[in-house]
Design a binder for this molecule. Sequence first.
Ligand code: HAM
Length: 411
Amino acid sequence: MAIIKIQKGTKDILPEEMSVWHFMEEKANEIFTKYGAKEIRTPIFEATELFARGVGDTTDIVNKEMYTFEKSERSLTLRPENTAGVVRSFIENGMHRLSAPIKLWYKGPMFRYERPQAGRQRQFHQVGIEVFGIKQPSADAEVILMAINYLKALGLNDLTVELNTLGCPVCREEFKTKLKAVIKPYLSNLCEDCQSRYEKNPLRLLDCKSPECQEIFAKSEIQAVIQGDFICPECAEHFKTLKEYLDTLGIKYERNKLLVRGLDYYNRTVFEIKSNSLGSQNAVCGGGRYDSLVKNLGGEDTPAVGFAMGMERLASLIGKIEDKKTTAFVISNDVKEALKLTEELRAENITTEFDLSNKKFVKQLEKASKTAKFAVILGEDEISQNKVTVKNLDTAEQKTIERSNIIKFFK
Ligand code: HAM
């Protein structure tokens, strides 16, 4: 019979890869908890409208990439990201009543119908954080700091932080008008995507990768608008203070005026952290401030800032972590005695295996030396004398002890 294959753009995370995933998850809990964040788990599917309103209906994510389906005449969507879901939960559970800042972190699968390639999947995992209730740039700085410290804890250092400000809806509107005016003469020469972005979301023109568009945007009159500082005094002050905080903390960053991010909810600070050793999909982290989203989704006016990281991309940078060896391997041809002893050890939190297929002694010893630190031998002599022989499989040292002392030996 034909085998059923895995879907394009999805991956099994196999047992031998699990140590890396546990490492990423444990470090997330450890680092984010240190900053006072609590974990939240929201559903994998939500009302489609949440993403249309939250992420924005001019974005590629909402227009082209959502896994949407109908059930009982409701339109549902597998979450393409988790900021919208966390904001929905924040509002629904009245979290604005908690004392600010409210810091929530998450991990889990996301779904985007994108063209799969190295570093880009249709089901992928994110670990992220959202901080609610603080409008000052100290929250932006702390969020960036959390991202960097998490990456450091994973042993990842060869990274570049890119930083930009998108201003507020008022100053951004002026910028969009100027940008559109200067690009208008070249409109018919832009790629198809940019022609539609021109009307719907002109800021996204800035991160078009097509060489023809790049050539047009490099023209001096267009560069003058892009490189000019369009932001209003309040937004400029926010950005200046954030940069001062980052400088004080010794965090290096590069200003990237073309960094606009692919989601509509951002205002003021946006940032990405890129790995210098990944290919074209080199962003390991993306985030920024989104002060209007809570209100736009029906909540109290609450400023917020956060980030998410792609865990597959992190895993590929971390590489392989060897599985820990089992502490003990019970070797015996008496299955009942072996079962009893194995369970006694496990009850004391000592990781223990024994050979379920009851192979020959030598075969059992061979297997033990590959997977365990100690062999606990229960031969006929040991059983009759109520003893066990413990062999250190690294040093080959062995000794016979009273069976009743075995837990003491490992403790
Ligand atoms: P994003 O930039 O769309 O932002 O995604 C964040 C990270 O998820 C990316 O930098 C990348 O590492 C990873 N990622 C995204 N798409 C894929 C994919 N198809 N395959 C593999 N990895 C991927 C957000 O999702 C925002 N919600 C971040 C945020 C949180 N902003 C504020 N709070």
